[in-house]
Write a protein that binds this ligand. Structure first.
Ligand SMILES: Cc1ncc(COP(=O)(O)O)c(C=O)c1O
Length: 352
């Protein structure tokens, strides 16, 4: 391993038995596979590299999302999009700004490129420390600043004006702001979606893994102006999205009513989870449940790890954070039946 990467640990991925209720990864809780027409895949040229399939996928995503097709790049999940952006933008020693807490892959990819990463802690209520960020941008002149909006793991949606200010600061510093909107579908329209092409230095990231329920397919999208898209294309492997994923993704993206219904269903489950978590939080002294614009809730509490272990023994998996500055659990929305079991287990734990 390169000297500069020593100590880097793998992103923890664990397999689970089918009977474990998975509320730990912010995925959609049910699958749309029954809506896929597999007979259409019978003509798939298994012996050929994907080209047409990616083109069709981008066309379908363009129609679905409203972004022009020529300003969209598809990746093997938005994870790969983060890698491609880092490869495109970063020389060793370049500065990158990320936040704590936020999605961990930003820092990892920047470090792999040999960049210097500055982590800025969010305020206690997880709002952006705007002046501090602007000062750091001015001081460091970072090439990239990554932020998820809504934020993972806090669920917080930032003010448009704040993001606007950060884009302007990054522009002055000669850097790009990456706005990762993995969870934006849950909170409505993005103010930046319509005007992303008006900016010189803005990249929007989207994924099919969350509200669209296709995490298994690994489909992510970069949206930006012509210059940036052209630059990222130069580092992108030619066949990064496989034919089967692209074909299934294209089919589902061509069913906007189905995806709308799917979203409405998930929003109802998110509301149900909020009620459960509020009731639970009211029973746990000192806990703070944060409002969320995503499909999960973060609750600061003492004993987060103990709760997660207790739930896991009852075959319910949630995510914990325990890193000194944040002791919390994050719970993703599930089915009614899963919520019922979660609720019983949470109440039993709090009555212990
Ligand atoms: C903020 C954020 N961005 C990106 C990703 C990665 O998504 P994908 O499945 O598209 O790689 C995640 C996954 O949890 C996420 O939370």
């Amino acid at each position: 391993m390169r000297k500069t990467l020593q100590g880097m640990s793998p992103y923890k991925v664990t397999s689970e038995q089918a009977d474990v209720i998975r509320l730990d990864s912010n995925e959609a809780y049910t699958s749309l596979l029954s809506y896929v027409d597999f007979s259409e895949l019978e003509t798939t040229l298994l012996n050929r590299y994907p080209a047409e399939s990616t083109e069709s996928l981008i066309e379908a995503y363009s129609k679905f999302s409203g972004f022009p097709a020529e300003n969209i790049l598809a990746g093997n999940g938005s994870d790969e999009c983060i890698t491609l952006i880092s490869q495109y933008a970063l020389d060793p020693g370049d500065q990158v700004i990320v936040f704590e807490p936020d999605f961990s892959m930003y820092e990892k990819n920047a470090r792999v490129m040999g960049a210097e990463v500055t982590t800025i802690k969010l305020n206690e209520d997880f709002s952006l420390p705007l002046q501090k960020i602007k000062d750091e941008i001015e001081r460091l002149a970072p090439k990239l600043l990554f932020l998820s909006n809504p934020n993972n793991p806090t669920g917080r949606l930032y003010e448009n004006e704040e993001i606007e200010e950060l884009i302007a600061s990054m522009k002055q510093a000669g850097g790009i702001l990456i706005l990762d909107e993995a969870y934006m579908d849950f909170s409505g329209e993005s103010a930046f979606a319509k005007k992303v092409l008006d900016y010189e230095n803005l990249i929007i990231l989207r994924t099919a893994s969350k509200a669209l329920g296709m995490a298994a397919l690994r489909l992510g999208f970069v949206i930006s102006n012509d210059r940036i898209v052209e630059g990222i294309s130069a580092v992108k492997p030619p066949y990064n999205v496989n034919t089967v994923s692209a074909q299934i993704g294209t089919q589902l993206l061509k069913k906007p009513e189905l995806l709308d219904q799917f979203l409405i269903m998930q929003l109802a489950q998110i509301a149900e989870l909020e009620e459960i978590m509020s009731e639970f939080s009211s029973k746990v002294e000192g806990s703070v449940l944060y409002p969320s614009s995503a499909n999960f809730f973060l609750m600061r509490m003492e004993g987060a790890k103990d709760l997660a272990d207790y739930l896991y023994e009852r075959k319910i998996k949630i995510r914990t954070f325990d890193n000194g500055s944040l002791q919390a659990v994050r719970v993703s929305a599930g089915t009614e039946e899963e919520h019922e079991k979660l609720k019983v287990a949470l109440m039993n734990w709090s009555d212990k």
